[in-house]
Design a binder for this molecule. Structure first.
Ligand code: ADP
Ligand code: MG
Length: 326
């Protein structure tokens, strides 16, 4: 059973809100406002290593949620924090909260509640740290956007560069030997993702659909294709990547940019008539935006500039399918 099958079978129910399960954010109408709500959970050994810098972990726990708000074009407003910790370590908590509040302040987003529990020991060893953040933002009702609004012929764009976080993991696992500067740069990108909130807001009324890339470009593009009922064509050569990624052999490079997780860049669709405005939005937000392909009426994914073609291993990370294969 895959993650999406699990959710579809046991949890997806019709809802009366503006938008329920299936997008980066749920949307609820409250008076004349629309709130975007999202939650993401980070668990030790799956999403981070036990020895990770707790400052970066505090940052990342909030950042991944703000990234979902960015996809929806929402302005962050507040968040909830739930923690399960094996012990109350003042140094760890000090660093964790510092990392989190630094980002929260920068984004004008306040912590309004949460829950805290102790993780019981497992076989005499401390249980895992689990962090769950739920974030709430506001969207303009006139420019609501999710994964489902793309049209055939729309351009496909991505922000920033892809693949660095996946390359950091490959380096950590000893699958590749990066030089020190490249390893540091990739690790920085993995531990300190920058949610593209300003770009998400600037794209209101320009992008027809958007998603944040958390599980790999092609997997997340698959969600846009499915929800928009369209196919897509991607020129692999146009997918933006750093010098560190460019420096590794072709197969790993391809895997990192197409299927690597944890990028937290935005993937979005927009009419070709919006090209100039999108370039201007990128400049205004000081973030590169690259056109990598288009949405097609013909179903399925077509990769160009790539001799290998699409295969199931590029579909992106799935917590359950991947565990079953391991
Ligand atoms: P993201 O990668 O943006 O966090 P996912 O693709 O993981 O989102 O999730 C797909 C959709 O399923 C989202 O709308 C999410 O809110 C929803 N979802 C995930 N887990 C559950 C759950 N246990 N119960 C209800 N909805 C869920
Ligand atoms: Mg998302």
């Amino acid at each position: 059973m895959t993650e999406s099958e699990l959710i579809a079978r046991y949890f997806a129910r019709p809802v009366h809100e503006r938008q329920g399960i299936g997008d980066d954010c749920a949307l609820i109408d409250v008076g004349d406002r629309t709130l975007a709500i999202t939650t993401d959970l980070l668990t030790e050994n799956t999403h981070f290593f036990a020895d990770v810098d707790p400052t970066s972990l505090g940052h990342k726990a909030l950042a991944v949620n703000l990234s979902d708000l960015a996809a929806a074009g929402a302005r962050p407003r507040c968040f909830l924090l739930s923690l399960s910790l094996p012990r109350a370590d003042p140094d760890w908590l000090d660093a964790f909260s510092r990392g989190m509040f630094e980002l929260a302040q920068r984004q004008g987003c306040e912590l309004i509640g949460g829950d805290t529990t102790r993780a019981p020991d497992i076989d005499g060893r401390p249980g895992p740290v689990t962090i769950c953040v739920a974030a709430i933002g506001e969207v303009d009702r006139a420019s609501v956007r999710g994964r489902s609004g793309a049209a055939a012929g729309d351009d496909l764009w991505v922000s920033g560069q892809l693949g660095d976080a996946a390359l950091a993991i490959a380096h950590h696992r000893g699958q590749v030997q990066l030089d020190e500067a490249a390893a540091r740069a990739c690790r920085q990108r993995m531990e300190w993702p920058q949610p593209r909130v300003a770009l998400g807001l600037a794209l209101r009324g320009l992008a027809s659909a958007a998603i944040d890339i958390s599980d790999g470009l092609l997997g997340d593009l698959g969600h846009v294709m499915e929800r928009s009922n369209l196919g897509a064509c991607v020129d692999v050569r146009l997918v933006p990547r750093s010098d560190a990624v460019r420096g590794v052999e072709r197969d790993l490079q391809r895997r990192c940019v197409l299927a690597g997780g944890d990028d937290y860049e935005l993937l979005f669709a927009a009419s070709p008539a919006r090209r100039d405005a999108i370039e201007a939005a990128g400049r205004e937000c000081c973030i590169a935006v690259s056109r990598i392909g288009s949405m097609t009426a013909e179903p399925g994914l077509r990769l160009i500039g790539d001799e290998r073609g699409f295969d199931a291993t590029l579909r992106g990370f799935d917590h359950f399918a991947d565990a079953a294969q391991a």
